[in-house]
Design a protein around this ligand. Structure first.
Ligand code: ZN
Length: 265
């Protein structure tokens, strides 16, 4: 589930976590990094294509019978060519030194030498990197004062990747009414809901007065709001605080919208 959320941001957690296998219950034999920090699906792509269960865990591929431990891999068909059989022998020779134990598997960030629990700083850098790769015009900057959940949400909003009615309809999800639940007039997309809607405008007007920033004639997109906030004030704590308030405002408008839809009374 978490990985799905990150994939929406073009960040595949499987690329960044490496497992130290013990009981093998949480480690996917083919697709996770574990043998010498690599993925067996990449090292043996021909065998991976032939494997019957591409999501099998290490535990499911390992058995002990009559006191003898063995790796049992299931194939869609028998390995027919000498080359395929040779590749399987090569794979078995890689696995022969590995075994399961009773402790729980441990995971660490690939480039994290200290093995901290969840290196937010590195995740932030990855998100910023992928943001730069996927949209050159996106001016979103990670804000250290706002919590990661809000940073993540705003980044997705700048890319129209939050689940508004029109975004869901584009994915063929039947949402019935695609109108904005806050004004009931326009179609609900991320930029309308968070910025251009009459409700959002009134919120932005109040917030900008409060933080003493000029009121623009109109905002049309989330990026415009972020740009507006970046354009004013010098670097430093005040600027970061004002930026965090802007991010929080976007988040609050979103939660108001959700309350209106899911708790209408
Ligand atoms: Zn609206």
């Amino acid at each position: 589930m978490v990985n799905k959320e990150f994939k929406n941001c073009s960040v595949d957690l499987n690329d960044h976590f490496v497992a130290e296998v013990d009981d093998g219950k949480t480690v996917r034999f083919w697709v996770n990094r574990w043998v010498n920090g690599g993925r067996l699906s990449m090292r043996f792509p021909d065998l991976y294509r032939l494997s019957q269960s591409k999501q099998a865990t290490v535990e499911e591929c390992y058995s002990v019978r009559d006191g003898v431990a063995r790796w049992e891999l299931k194939w869609k068909r028998g390995l027919s060519s000498d080359q395929e059989r040779a590749r399987e022998q090569r794979l078995q020779s890689v696995l022969i030194h590995l075994s399961r134990r009773d402790k729980k598997d441990t995971w660490s960030w690939l480039s994290d030498k200290k093995k901290t629990d969840f290196p937010v700083k590195i995740v932030r850098q990855e998100l910023e990197k992928s943001s730069a790769n996927t949209c050159q015009n996106n001016i979103f900057n990670w804000n250290r004062i706002a919590v990661p959940k809000i940073n993540h949400f705003v980044w997705r909003a700048t890319e129209s990747r939050i689940p508004t009615a029109t975004a869901l309809a584009r994915r063929n999800v039947n949402v019935g009414n695609e109108r904005c639940p806050l004004c009931g007039i326009a179609e609900e997309d991320a930029h309308h809901l968070l910025v251009a809607c009459s409700f959002a405008r009134s919120v932005w007007w109040s917030v900008l007065v409060w933080v003493k920033l000029p009121i623009p004639r109109a905002f049309e997109s989330v990026n415009q709001v972020l740009q507006h906030v970046q354009n004013y004030g010098s670097d430093g704590l005040r600027k970061r605080v004002v930026q965090s308030i802007a991010l929080l405002t976007l988040w609050i408008i979103w939660t108001c919208r959700n309350e209106k839809i899911f708790k209408p009374f």
